[in-house]
Design a protein around this ligand. Structure first.
Ligand code: PDD
Length: 281
């Protein structure tokens, strides 16, 4: 992979940041990830919108505009040589030269990198569906209580993952403050019941893959709603799938050891998966 850091393109192994950076010390950072498939970026504009929205809400400034960031991302991919890449743009608060505790004194640091495409689900899991456990951990939006700022706050999600592994599952879903299903480590979730789709509305990152599912539903004449999804509703669904830039639309076969419907990838999920990848041509 290739990174862009402090004005230079570097091999990943040489891209290093100070331990005094507030990105590490206070999780004071925002980022976005976009993928490249067959050498082409997928919905880069939406990822840039979300990234620049996060910068503004966090009062961070970077010395590049949207076109400048897009150019850096394209260069990282070109230099890496990957035709299928996972590309990240990020900005940390940085560090203050005088060790000041005043965030206004910090020098914000923009970085980017391109590494090989990676997926939440591997090829076998995409065929047979993921085994998911629902953890009782609660998704805590970042300090600003604005989950639309894509952030590195994953303590809740990582604790949920350990719960899932302890129970023999492959990944986790965690809850919102009301005990409904929220999201998982790097993905949103959908369920299908009687042909209608629903996905949690509150306390979750508004994922761009989730948005692509809504767009596909409009094209396909399917009804989709962002609304509370209870644990019981998820377990009683006809189909469940998760969505992420890291893997697209991925089927879920089991929740807490109980098989969803007949345990096979459902017709709506299968159709959306095919349409999603067709959009990449
Ligand atoms: N994660 N929820 C969380 C907490 C996420 O981190 C992500 C994305 C999503 C899905 O959003 P999108 O469809 O825009 O990728 C939901 C990225 C891919 C990551 O893990 O690096």
């Amino acid at each position: 992979g290739i990174a862009f850091l402090d004005g230079q393109y570097l091999p990943m192994s040489q891209a290093k940041v100070s331990v005094l950076d507030w990105g590490f010390l206070h999780s004071d950072a925002t980022y976005d990830t976009v993928h490249v498939w067959n050498g082409r970026f997928f919905r880069l504009d939406l990822h840039l919108d979300r990234f620049f929205g996060g910068l503004e809400k966090l009062r961070m400034t970077i010395p590049f505009d949207r076109d400048g960031v897009a150019e850096i991302l394209h260069n990282c991919v070109a230099l890496s040589g990957h035709r299928a890449a996972y590309v990240e743009m990020l900005c940390t608060r940085g560090a203050s030269p005088t060790f000041s505790r005043d965030p206004r004194q910090a020098i914000n640091r923009f970085m980017a990198f391109a590494v090989p495409f990676g997926s939440v689900a591997n090829a076998e899991q995409l065929r047979r569906g993921l085994r998911v456990a629902i953890s009782d951990k609660v998704r805590i939006p970042p300090a600003s209580v604005d989950p639309s700022i894509k952030n590195y706050h994953w303590l809740d999600l990582v604790r949920g993952l350990y719960d899932a592994y302890d129970r023999g599952a492959e990944t986790a879903l965690i809850l919102d403050f009301n005990g409904n299903v929220a999201e998982g480590p790097g993905f949103n979730v959908f369920c299908v019941k009687d042909g209608k789709l629903s996905t949690p509305a509150i306390g979750v990152l508004p994922g761009i893959t989730r948005r692509t599912v809504f767009d596909l539903c409009v094209e396909e004449g399917l009804v989709a709603a962002a609304a509370d999804v209870s644990v019981a509703a998820l377990k009683a669904a006809d189909e469940v799938f998760i969505t992420s830039t890291a893997g697209g639309i991925m089927p879920v076969a089991e929740i807490d050891g109980a098989v969803i419907a007949d345990g096979k990838v459902g017709p709506v999920t299968g159709r959306l998966m095919a349409l999603y990848w067709q959009k990449h041509d």
